[in-house]
Design a protein around this ligand. Structure first.
Ligand code: 13P
Ligand code: SF4
Length: 345
């Protein structure tokens, strides 16, 4: 590959989000990526919503909490984040001395975008005494305005850690917020954001599917709307949903979250049937367009050239990491997320 091609790709990286360079189609990308991991002492952390090939080459696959815990503890020199932008930013905040790479910088998140920090600052000023809890699916700058972060695995424990007489602002996901209100009995002040993947499940189609498969259990992520959650046999984070399908006796599940998780469900329980919950459009399942921006080619290129890299201002790291550290402390005390034997040395 010529130096001129690399220069051009670097110039275009900001507009494209990734190093758009030719990848020899005859290359065995799995082998090449494995080589780069060893050469560079890099670790690949992948979310369950990544495409199957990426999940299969990752060193760790997990939910947002597990991924943060791994990012905080790894002894690798480079963290390659196969996920979306806020996840890679979180990894950088937790391990600021390490190089954090994201295969495509434009792998964003509709929830994070729904809560611009300047608007949130004004909203927060209207409730000066409230404790701010933000779902980890938010920008690094929003984390600087947050007291405690949470994920869907630890959100109940985080809310319950706050004294009963305190007001709480919950941002940015109104669906997870409504679920937490119901679950904890606390009167949360909600920001009006949603996840574009979880809000478009079709109630009507899911009801019909449940009638067609009376033997099936509906399992749903708490980012889904209340009408769907009310019907669900089980509600949980991605890792919670995966664990439920392993442990429950039921043989058929209708899965109301991003379809990528089904790869791990099928691997863990090959004899069971997993039906993706349908959205209210022509598609048969829901994919997150942000998560799916990452491809094996982009993963290979970002590891080879160590770009794009996540760079954050020092003040954002210093201020924002406090809310993530607080979340990790609460999770550890509640025994949530990775167990000590799963933590790297
Ligand atoms: P969890 O992995 O915490 O369940 O969150 C799902 C999600 O939407 C990540 O973007
Ligand atoms: Fe964001 Fe939803 Fe995609 Fe998760 S699934 S990254 S919350 S848009």
């Amino acid at each position: 590959m010529s130096g001129a091609a690399l220069d051009l790709a670097q110039k275009n990286m900001e507009s494209k989000g990734w190093l758009d360079m030719h990848v020899d189609p005859t290359l065995d990308l799995e082998v090449e990526i494995e080589k780069l991991k060893k050469e560079k002492n890099a670790i690949i952390l992948a979310h369950y919503y990544q495409e199957s090939e990426i999940q299969d080459i990752a060193d760790y696959i997990g939910d947002s909490l597990g991924l943060s815990q791994k990012a905080a503890n790894t002894d690798a020199d480079i963290i390659v984040f196969a996920g979306v932008h806020f996840m890679a930013e979180t990894a950088k905040m937790l391990s600021p001395s390490k190089k954090v790479l994201l295969p495509d910088l434009k792998a964003g998140c509709s929830l994070a975008d729904s809560c611009p920090p300047h608007l949130f600052r004004a909203f927060k000023a209207q409730h000066p005494d409230a404790v701010v809890v933000s779902y980890i699916n938010c920008t690094a700058e929003l984390k600087t305005l947050t007291d405690i972060c949470c994920t869907s695995t630890n959100s109940v424990a985080v809310i319950e850690s706050i004294p009963e007489d305190k007001q709480i602002i919950f941002a940015p996901d109104r669906n997870l917020g409504a679920y937490l209100k119901k679950k904890t009995g606390r009167d949360l002040i909600l920001w009006n954001g949603t996840c574009m993947v979880h809000e478009v499940f079709s109630n009507e189609k899911i009801t019909k599917l449940m009638l067609r498969h009376p033997e099936a259990k509906l399992i749903a992520h708490p980012e889904c709307e209340a009408a769907l959650l009310d019907k669900a046999h089980y509600i949980g984070s991605t890792s919670g949903l995966l664990a439920f399908t392993k442990e429950d006796d039921c043989e058929t599940f209708i899965v109301a979250t991003e379809v990528g998780i089904i790869h791990q469900m099928e691997k863990a329980s090959p004899h069971k049937t997993f039906i993706p919950a349908p959205p209210n459009n022509m598609c048969a399942c829901n994919e997150c367009p942000h998560m799916k921006r990452n491809t094996m080619e982009k993963l290979y290129l970002c590891m080879k050239y160590e770009q794009p890299e996540i760079i954050l201002d020092q003040w954002i790291i210093d201020e924002g990491v406090k809310s993530i550290d607080r979340m990790l402390e609460i999770s550890a005390a509640a025994g949530l997320g990775l167990k000590p034997e799963e933590e790297p040395d």
